[in-house]
Design a protein around this ligand. Structure first.
Ligand code: ADP
Ligand code: MG
Length: 701
C-alpha cells in the first residue's frame, strides 16, 4: 500500500462512520486507525477461570464467579441509598451492590437464571461484597469475543449510550488489528530488541488486544511499556543535551569577598552535608559557562533558603544582580526579613517588591536596579512586570515552583541577553520516578538531611470523639507558652460549606478558649488582604495563641513559637498537603506536635494516609506513598506534563522498566548524541514521528 493505512481517519473504519467517528474523537481523542490500536485494554479476565465464593480473601483482585442472584432490594437513604442483592454459588453468599443506575439494574435479574458475575470484592462490616459488578447471564456471552482472556476497554457514558461500550470497542479494535497485519512497523532498533529479548511490535499489538495466553500477554505488555517509557526518556535526555549545547550562561568563576565574609562572620551554624553537596552542584553549574536550570528539592526546614542565599552571594561576587521570587506576599516578606538579617553589616543592598509597594518606593527600586546599585530584589509576581529591568541579572531563584507558570518563568529569562541562571526550589518532594519523567530534562539537587538537633514532630491521629482530650492538650501547651494552628480544609467545590465548617470551628474554639485568658486569630480566603495581614500579624507577634485558618497558611509562614498543628477533617487532605501543613511547626527548639482529627468513618485510603503521617516525617517517603495511593494523575504538576498521556506504562508500577529505559536511553545518547549511527536510524525516525505534534511538555524552561 502506498498510503499509510494506519493514518486513515477513524470514521473510515468499518462499523464507525461519521457520527461515531466524531464521538471517538471527542470522547477518547481517537482520530486515526493507529490511535485506536494504541487504545489498550485496561484489564483482562480469564474467561476460563471461575472462583468460588468461599475462596475469596482480602487479597482477591478482580474475579469471576458463577451463581444465582436473589433478594434485590433498595436499602439506605440519600447518599447511602443503594441496591443490594444476594449472590450465592453453593459455597457461600456475597452481597452485590449498586449505588448508581439502581432503577436500571433492579428488575434485570431473574431468580432462575445462572449468572456470571465479575468484579472486585471488598470488605465491609467483616463481610465481602462486590460493588457495581458486571453481570451476564450464562450462555449469553458474545461469541465473537470468546477468547479465554477477554480484554476490557474503558468507555464513557456517552459512548456506551451510542453503542460504543467496552465490547463494541473490543470488536472494532480486533477487526482493525487483524486488518493491520503487515502494516504495523517495528519501532525499536534490532539491537534493543535483541538485547532485551523483546517480541516484535506487531506481535505485541495483536496480543495486547486479543492475547493467545497469559504468557504472551505479559510479553506484549512488557514490550509496549518499555517502548513507551524509552521514547519519553530518549526525548527528555536529548532535549537536555541540546539545551546544554546551545545554551550560553554567565560564568561565575570567582569565589569572592561577600561569600567568604558571610561564611566566616555570618553563618551561625555548620552547613549540613546535604547543603554542602548541593551548593557544590550549583556552583559547578554556574561556573560552566552554560545556563543553569536546576530544581532544588528539600523538605520543609531543610535549609533551602540559606542555600539560595549563598548562591546569590556568588552571583553578586561575580558582579551580577540576583532576585528571589516567592508565590505570596507573606512569603516574600519573610524571605526579605531573613535575608536582610543574614546580610547585616555586609553592605549589600536588598529591596522588597510586591503588589503593596508604593509607587514612590517602586520608582527608586527601578532606578537602583538599572544603575546596578541594588543587588538583591525579593518579591512576588511583581518582579515579572516589564517595568522591572535589571542592569545585569545573573541568577533567579524561584521558591515553590508549582505556583508559577512556565510562561512567567520564561519572562524572567528575557530580562537579559544572556539568560540568568535559574534555581527553582520546592518543598514538595517529588518521587524519583515522577521527577524522572516530569523533570527528566532538568538537573536535580536534593537536600535529604535536616539540620541537626531538630526534634522530629510527634504526630497523632484522633477521632472527633476525642475533642475534649485535644482541648486539654491545647490548654496545656498554651500554658507552656506555645502557640497553635488549627487548619480546616478548603476545597473549591464546596467553598461555602468549608467556610461554614471553619466558622463553626472558630466559634467553638472561642467558646472553649475564651477571652481574656486566650485570644484566637482567624484567617480565610474570603477575607480582604489587610484584614488577613492584621490577623496573621497578631499571631506572629504572639498576641493570639491560636490561629484558626484554612490552608492559606500552608505555604511558608514561619512562627517558631507555634508548636502544635491541629488539622481538622484531616481525611479530606492529600498526603503531600498534610505534610506541608505539618511543616509549619517544628521550627523552634520546642517539641512540636501534629494532631490529625478525623471522622471515625474512613476510607481505606484515608486510613493509610493517617497511618503514613503518624509513621513518618520523611517527605520523600510520604511523596512515594502519595504517588502509590493516588496515582500520578493527582500529583502536583502532572496535569500539563504528559505523564498522563501514557497509554500502557505506569510510572509507579513500572518503576523498574522506567529506570531501565532511562539508563538505556542515556547509554545510547552517550555513544551517539544525535542518533546518527545506522543502528540508531529507527530510533531517530521514531522520535521525530512520535513527538512532531506534541508541545514541549515537562520542560520547566
Ligand atoms: P526551607 O526553606 O528549606 O524550608 P529554611 O531555609 O527556611 O528551610 O531553614 C529553616 C531553618 O533552619 C531556618 O531558621 C534556618 O536558619 C535554619 N537552618 C538552615 N540551615 C541550617 C543548618 N545547617 N543548621 C542549623 N540550622 C539551619
Ligand atoms: Mg523556605
Amino acid at each position: 500500500m502506498s498510503y499509510n493505512f494506519l493514518k486513515t481517519p477513524i470514521e473510515y473504519l468499518k462499523g464507525v462512520g461519521p457520527k461515531r467517528g466524531e464521538l471517538l474523537r471527542k470522547e477518547l481523542g481517537i482520530f486515526t486507525f493507529d490511535q485506536l490500536l494504541t487504545y489498550y485494554p485496561y484489564r483482562y479476565i480469564d474467561r476460563s477461570k471461575f472462583f468460588k465464593i468461599n475462596e475469596i480473601n482480602s487479597d482477591s483482585a478482580y474475579i469471576q464467579l458463577k451463581g444465582y442472584i436473589s433478594g434485590a432490594q433498595i436499602v439506605g437513604q440519600k447518599r447511602g441509598r443503594r441496591l443490594s442483592a444476594k449472590f450465592s454459588d453453593g459455597t457461600g453468599t456475597i452481597e452485590l451492590l449498586w449505588f448508581q443506575g439502581i432503577k436500571w439494574v433492579q428488575d434485570k435479574f431473574k431468580p432462575d437464571v445462572e449468572y456470571v458475575v465479575f468484579g472486585k470484592p471488598s470488605v465491609f462490616n467483616n463481610k465481602y461484597n462486590i460493588a457495581h459488578p458486571e453481570v451476564e447471564a450464562v450462555g449469553s456471552e458474545d461469541e465473537s469475543l470468546s477468547e479465554t482472556l477477554q480484554p476490557f476497554y474503558s468507555s464513557t457514558e456517552k459512548l456506551s449510550s451510542r453503542g460504543l461500550g467496552n465490547k463494541a470497542i473490543g470488536k472494532l479494535t480486533k477487526a482493525l488489528a487483524l486488518r493491520s497485519v503487515g502494516e504495523i512497523k517495528e519501532t525499536l532498533s534490532e539491537e534493543i530488541i535483541q538485547k532485551l529479548k523483546l517480541i516484535p511490535k506487531e506481535e505485541a499489538v495483536l496480543n495486547i488486544h486479543f492475547p493467545k495466553n497469559t504468557e504472551i500477554l505479559q510479553k506484549a505488555k512488557a514490550r509496549l511499556k518499555f517502548e513507551e517509557l524509552f521514547y519519553i526518556q530518549l526525548r527528555l535526555l536529548q532535549h537536555k543535551i541540546n539545551r546544554f549545547e546551545k545554551s550560553k550562561g554567565h560564568n561565575f568563576s570567582t569565589v569572592g569577598e561577600h561569600l567568604n565574609r558571610f561564611f566566616q562572620e555570618k553563618l551561625p551554624f555548620e552547613l549540613t552535608g546535604a547543603q554542602k553537596r548541593v551548593i557544590k552542584e550549583i556552583r559547578k553549574d554556574m561556573g560552566s559557562g552554560k545556563q543553569m536550570n536546576r530544581l532544588l528539592q528539600g523538605d520543609v526546614g531543610s535549609g533551602k533558603t540559606l542555600v539560595a542565599l549563598m548562591n546569590m552571594l556568588i552571583a553578586i561576587d561575580n558582579g551580577f544582580q540576583t532576585c528571589l521570587m516567592a508565590p505570596t506576599e507573606v512569603l516574600a516578606n519573610q524571605h526579605f526579613k531573613t535575608i536582610v538579617k543574614f546580610l547585616e553589616g555586609l553592605n549589600i543592598k536588598a529591596e522588597l517588591l510586591t503588589g503593596s509597594t508604593k509607587a514612590a518606593a517602586r520608582k527608586v527600586i527601578h532606578a537602583d536596579l538599572l544603575s546596578g546599585e541594588l543587588k538583591i530584589l525579593i518579591g512576588t509576581h511583581a518582579l515579572i512586570e516589564d517595568t522591572v529591568q535589571f542592569k545585569n541579572l545573573g541568577l533567579v531563584v524561584i521558591d515553590e515552583q508549582h505556583r508559577f507558570g512556565v510562561a512567567q518563568r520564561a519572562k524572567m529569562w528575557k530580562k537579559n541577553t544572556i539568560p540568568p541562571h535559574v534555581l527553582v526550589m520546592t518543598a514538595t518532594p517529588i518521587p524519583r520516578t515522577l521527577a524522572m519523567t516530569l523533570y527528566g530534562d532538568l538537573d536535580l539537587s536534593i537536600i535529604d538531611e535536616l539540620p541537626p538537633g531538630r526534634k522530629p514532630i510527634k504526630t497523632a491521629h484522633y477521632y472527633d470523639s476525642k475533642r475534649l482530650k485535644l482541648f486539654g492538650f491545647m490548654r496545656d501547651q498554651i500554658k507552656q507558652g506555645r502557640q497553635i494552628y488549627i487548619v480546616y480544609p478548603l476545597i473549591k467545590e464546596s467553598e461555602k460549606l468549608d467556610l461554614k465548617d471553619l466558622q463553626d470551628g472558630y466559634e467553638s474554639i472561642s467558646r472553649a478558649f475564651p477571652l481574656p485568658d486566650y485570644a484566637v486569630s482567624v484567617v480565610h480566603g474570603k477575607m480582604k488582604a489587610p484584614e488577613k495581614e492584621y490577623e496573621m500579624q497578631r499571631f506572629i507577634k504572639g498576641e493570639t495563641q491560636i490561629m484558626v485558618s484554612t490552608t492559606v497558611i500552608e505555604v511558608g509562614i514561619d512562627v517558631p513559637n507555634a508548636s502544635v498543628m491541629v488539622i481538622e477533617n484531616a481525611e479530606r487532605f492529600g498526603l503531600s498537603q498534610l505534610h506541608q501543613l505539618r511543616g509549619r511547626v517544628g521550627r523552634g527548639a520546642e517539641q512540636s506536635y501534629c494532631i490529625l482529627m478525623s471522622d471515625v468513618k474512613l476510607t481505606s485510603d484515608g486510613k493509610k494516609r493517617m497511618e503514613t503521617m503518624v509513621r513518618t516525617t520523611d517527605g520523600f517517603e510520604i511523596a512515594e506513598a502519595d504517588l502509590k495511593l493516588r496515582g500520578p494523575g493527582d500529583m502536583q504538576g502532572t496535569q500539563q506534563s504528559g505523564v498522563l498521556d501514557l497509554h500502557i506504562a505506569d510510572i509507579v508500577k513500572d518503576e523498574k522498566i522506567l529506570k531501565y529505559a532511562r539508563n538505556l536511553a542515556t547509554e545510547i545518547l552517550t555513544e551517539d548524541q544525535k542518533l546518527e549511527l545506522p543502528k540508531n536510524a529507527k530510533l531517530r525516525t521514531q522520535l521525530i514521528e512520535q513527538f512532531k505534534n506534541k508541545p514541549d511538555w515537562g520542560l520547566i524552561s
